[in-house]
Unconditional design. Structure first.
Length: 228
């Protein structure tokens, strides 16, 4: 019997099988980073919550409402200051609260009115900035935590290496190396996302500031117009 005949008689079940491919889910991979990944996860949840909540609030405040200012101007020129105040209270936006403060100061020197309007505008902007500083903190602390995890992971890998003596293998070092690499990636992702969120909100707040400034000037111009 020649060699070819022997090979043909080998059962298919006896063929050499390839080792099963090792797979690891994203959750399992994240767990390799240890307790630092838990902190990064909390940071990411906080960043997402602040961004969504502030973005909705700031977006509402940045919408232009030309009809509101036209109505206020009409009321003021007609001497209907109470109607103007009621409209401001119903509108309940940073702009309306700023204008309402100015209307309540009518009769006093223009400088006092302007100062009161600007103060309310500053307070409204400060309210819109609530929580934005936390995003800035997360954008900086995230990568630093990731780097801390890298250092801890490498220390763990070298410690395991020293305790193993001459029996060193890659499986022994994998835990520390996993922690080092996973925390680095996790910290960078959290930091980058928080940084993007922060800059988006800052740009939206700038729009609100510009809106309040332009409308405060418009309001002061109305005060200089003759009353009907």
């Amino acid at each position: 019997m020649n060699l070819l005949s022997i090979l043909l008689q080998v059962p298919a079940t006896e063929a050499v099988t390839e080792p099963a491919e090792l797979r690891m889910s994203l959750w399992e991979l994240a767990m390799q980073g240890g307790w630092i990944m838990l902190i990064l996860g909390i940071f990411s949840l906080i960043a997402v919550y602040i961004f969504i909540e502030r973005f909705i609030t700031i977006n509402k405040a940045s919408k232009k409402d030309d009809l509101f200012m036209d109505t206020i101007r009409s009321y003021m020129l007609d001497g209907k200051l109470n109607d103007a105040k009621v409209l401001c209270q119903k509108t309940a936006t940073p702009l309306s609260r700023m204008i309402e403060k100015g209307i309540s100061r009518i009769g006093k020197p223009l400088n006092d009115i302007q100062t009161a309007v600007e103060n309310v505008g500053n307070l409204e902007v400060s309210t819109l900035e609530k929580g934005v500083a936390i995003l800035a903190m997360i954008s900086g602390a995230g990568p630093m935590l990731g780097f801390l995890g890298t250092v801890i992971g490498m220390i763990r890998a070298f410690y395991d290496m020293s305790m193993a003596g001459n029996n060193i293998d890659i499986e022994l070092l994998s835990t520390g190396i996993y922690q080092a690499m996973v925390t680095t990636v996790g910290g960078l992702i959290v930091g980058i996302v928080a940084f993007i969120f922060y800059n988006v909100l800052v740009s939206q707040i700038d729009k609100v500031v510009n809106l309040l400034e332009s409308k405060s000037i418009e309001f002061m111009d109305v005060l200089n117009e003759p009353v009907k």
